[in-house]
Design a protein. Structure first.
Length: 303
């Protein structure tokens, strides 16, 4: 039986400098129109700044997309747990699940981009503390989503006799993003999905062994956790152009990118959150939509 492969589209995080909002939205709509029914979800990254580059706030943007595109599931790839109080995050997720008709997926990670923490006056503790905070965040969210009234007292976060009504229906899947050994234990304990961002197949293979050991230690079947990959793409028509490409993500001709996707499929990844590296590179979007994604979603139409 052929493995079902799912694709989501990650919108660009913001406009180019000086771009009018109408033009940014036009490009976003063109991207989504091109990928059409080759995807089943839309995603937005959660950052506050990269130098002085324009960056849109992720919850606001995703809420807009949820209303604009009711046919797709929606999520962040991934939320930074540090930016929002965990109880408020649970309430936000439950609200978006209610208003979107059950289409929200909670993608979340421990946070890593120190620049934005400092600029926006968030504390930036070491990795161990951030992972502790992520674990407590997941405990709070799960309690508020599943218990009638939640009380939790952790080292970093707490809720006391808290209600989250209406409850999200269905309870959104939780996708945890990251690669470290401690984080993979958090994935094994709490998550419905594990997302590996940007990682190459060789490195992923090593992390996969750690992930499977973590699941075994907790008595959990690794196959119960959906595996996904996030990264951006540059797709060009000819091998000559492909030879000049530099950077990370999926790079090359449609044939080359299809081979790269297959390498991840061979390692058990079945969901891909893809996006264009450059906002106005509609050639990449069109080549992916016409010549790459239909190879893995044969039931979808070509444009």
């Amino acid at each position: 039986m052929m493995t079902a492969v799912h694709f989501g589209w990650v919108l660009n995080a913001g406009p180019t400098r000086g771009m009018e909002p109408s033009r940014f939205l036009e490009i976003a709509r063109e991207q989504v129109a091109l990928v059409g029914d080759r995807i089943d979800s839309l995603w937005f990254t959660d950052h506050l700044q990269f130098g002085d580059s324009p960056v849109l706030e992720a919850w606001t943007a995703l809420t807009y997309l949820a209303a604009l595109y009711p046919r797709y599931r929606i999520g962040h790839m991934v939320l930074c747990q540090s930016f929002r109080n965990p109880a408020l995050l649970a309430k936000m997720g439950a609200t978006l699940q209610y208003l979107s008709g059950g289409r929200f997926l909670l993608g979340i990670g421990a946070g890593w981009h120190e620049e934005e923490y400092r600029a926006y006056n968030y504390s930036f503790p070491g990795p161990r503390i951030r992972l502790e905070q992520l674990e407590e965040t997941l405990q709070v969210v799960k309690a508020l989503w599943n218990e009638r009234q939640a009380t939790f007292e952790g080292r970093h976060y707490a809720v006391r006799s808290a209600y989250c009504e209406p409850k999200p229906e269905p309870v959104p899947p939780i996708i945890v993003g990251g690669l470290g050994p401690h984080l993979l234990h958090i994935v094994a304990r709490y998550a419905d999905g594990w997302n590996a961002a940007w990682v190459r197949p060789e490195a992923y293979r090593q992390r996969l062994a750690t992930f499977e050991r973590a699941c075994q230690q907790l008595g959990r079947d690794p196959s119960q956790i959906e595996r996904s990959w996030f990264g951006r793409c540059i797709c060009v028509p000819s091998p000559e152009e492909a030879a000049r490409l530099q950077g990370r993500g999926l790079l090359g001709t449609p044939d080359q990118i299809a081979e790269q996707i297959q390498a991840y499929l061979d390692l058990g990844i079945t969901t891909f959150m893809l996006g264009s590296s450059k906002l106005e590179d509609l050639q990449t979007v069109e080549l992916l939509a016409r010549q790459v994604l239909p190879r893995f979603r044969p039931g979808s139409a070509t444009v």
